[in-house]
Design a protein around this ligand. Structure first.
Ligand code: ADP
Ligand code: MG
Length: 359
């Protein structure tokens, strides 16, 4: 089932169009990662989906309710959702009172509040701080207090807007583990925005990429990272090789030419003018010509640069065109890679992705 469906959603502030043509479907029980550069509209979209702000146009259905036609049901819908922001919001009161707040607002009984607050603090691992002043806690603990204030209300959909952007790696891992467990055990649908690509891959079942105010692509992490739809998405998801190419043949596999080098791709050409998109980690380097190699592309090459990027090494090779390979530091050492060295490059056709050259 789809719990949120947005179509052609727009948002205008003054004369600035911040969101346009936003289409997004969120499935019940999934964790959807919303990634995109800063300023691309992630927070604005989350505020609209959480009904904190109205869209300027478009269609938006939440939990089966048409929110444009049924404005009268917004409050009811809001109570079925929860949002956690980048900066932890805690009040200068006890941890207990901070978490109880969400329930008092909903007029729950005292014994119910007591039971639920204790459960929620247990879920985020903060039971021992129940009587502490929330503002005395560390940033990571404050974010867990804020998270338990949201969880105590049993939301069906949880929105997290870059919830770990200000946290250290340890606190980040704790928050991620809680979110993954709430999704798994309680079936809460999660939409989490992040500019941390690794976090998107760790947590999300599916990923949506926002570029310039719209959802440019949504799909599995594999699709987004290995088969981005265009150059902007490819650049954002950190593809090392985005190289203009000419289509030579489209019989069976596609053959393209990059400078002097012909490369075979499993992608049908998306346009007349294309660019080749290859992730550095998909490029294999060998000291000798491999005797047995299934890769459709196998070229002699010369190493032109070796650049440490712990725990990896960026290796640029010239095989008629420049290609960057991302190898582990350990493998670079085993191959004794150094500038000027002759190597072989192998590249299966399925890791050579094609996108339109424009855009
Ligand atoms: P992200 O969360 O991806 O960094 P935002 O949604 O915060 O992006 O912002 C997208 C764009 O909308 C930015 O250019 C930002 O300046 C603008 N924007 C966001 N909120 C407002 C607002 N209340 N008024 C005017 N412009 C806004
Ligand atoms: Mg933001």
């Amino acid at each position: 089932m789809t719990v949120i469906e947005a179509q052609d959603v727009r948002k205008i502030y003054g004369d600035m169009e911040v969101l346009h043509d936003v289409g997004l479907a969120i499935r019940e029980g999934e964790i959807l990662g919303l990634i995109g550069p800063s300023g691309s509209g992630k927070s604005t979209l989350l505020r609209i989906l959480d009904l904190i702000e109205p869209p300027s146009g478009g269609e938006l259905s939440i939990l089966g309710i048409d929110t444009v036609k049924e404005r009268g049901r917004w409050l009811d819908l809001r109570r079925r959702m929860g949002m956690l922001f980048q900066r932890p919001i805690v009040f200068n009161a006890s941890v207990y009172d901070n978490v109880a707040m969400g329930l008092r607002y909903r007029r729950a009984s005292r014994s119910e509040i007591d039971r639920k607050v204790k459960e929620a603090l247990e879920a985020v691992g903060l039971s021992r701080y129940i009587g502490s002043r929330a503002t005395d806690l560390s940033g990571g603990e404050q974010q867990r207090v804020a998270l338990s204030r949201v969880l105590v209300t049993d939301p069906e959909i949880l929105f997290l807007d870059e919830p770990t952007a200000n946290l250290d790696p340890g606190s980040t891992a704790t928050i991620e583990a809680i979110v993954a467990r709430m999704n798994r055990e309680r079936g809460i649908t999660v939409l989490i925005s992040t500019h941390d690509l690794a976090q998107g891959q760790r947590l999300a079942h599916r990923i949506a990429v926002m570029i310039d105010g719209t959802v440019a692509q949504a799909g599995s992490p594999r699709e987004i990272f290995h088969a981005p739809k265009d150059k902007k998405i490819a650049r954002f998801v950190g593809v090392q090789n985005i190289i203009p190419a000419r289509v030579i043949s489209r019989e069976g596999l596609t053959t393209v030419e990059v400078k002097e080098r012909r490369i075979v791709s499993a992608t049908p050409p998306p346009a007349e003018e294309v660019a080749v998109v290859i992730r550095g980690e998909d490029v294999s380097l060998h000291r000798r010509e491999p005797g047995y190699e299934e890769a459709e592309n196998l070229f002699p090459a010369r190493v032109t640069a070796v650049e440490p990027m712990a725990p990896f090494v960026n290796v640029t090779v010239d095989c008629g065109c420049d290609i960057i390979a991302l190898v582990t530091a350990r493998r670079a050492e085993a191959l004794e890679l150094a500038a000027g060295m002759d190597v072989w490059v192998s590249l299966p056709a399925k890791v050579v992705h094609l996108v339109p050259r424009d855009g």
